[in-house]
Design a binder for this molecule. Structure first.
Ligand SMILES: [Zn+2]
Length: 73
């Protein structure tokens, strides 16, 4: 099941938690959303994720959204 193993690794990487070192590609704020695309990975803050979500989410292989962390406190 080599195919399954490869896919699992990609998914694990795409769903790994974001941290304070991950920065929005648009403005440099802390990133809370990661869009894993065929062409690479995009990071967004909550503001820019909302702005680009409609266009990008359908294209993303994984749309990893941790923006709910912003509402925890
Ligand atoms: Zn941003």
């Amino acid at each position: 099941m080599n195919d399954t193993q490869t896919t699992t690794l990609e998914v694990d990487d795409a769903s790994a938690p974001l941290n304070g070192l991950d920065r929005c590609d648009s403005c440099g704020a802390q990133a809370y959303i990661r869009a894993t695309m065929d062409s690479g990975t995009l990071l967004f803050c909550a503001h820019h994720a909302a702005k680009h979500r409609e266009a990008l989410q359908p294209l993303a292989k994984v749309w990893h959204d941790e923006s709910e962390k912003l509402n925890e406190r």
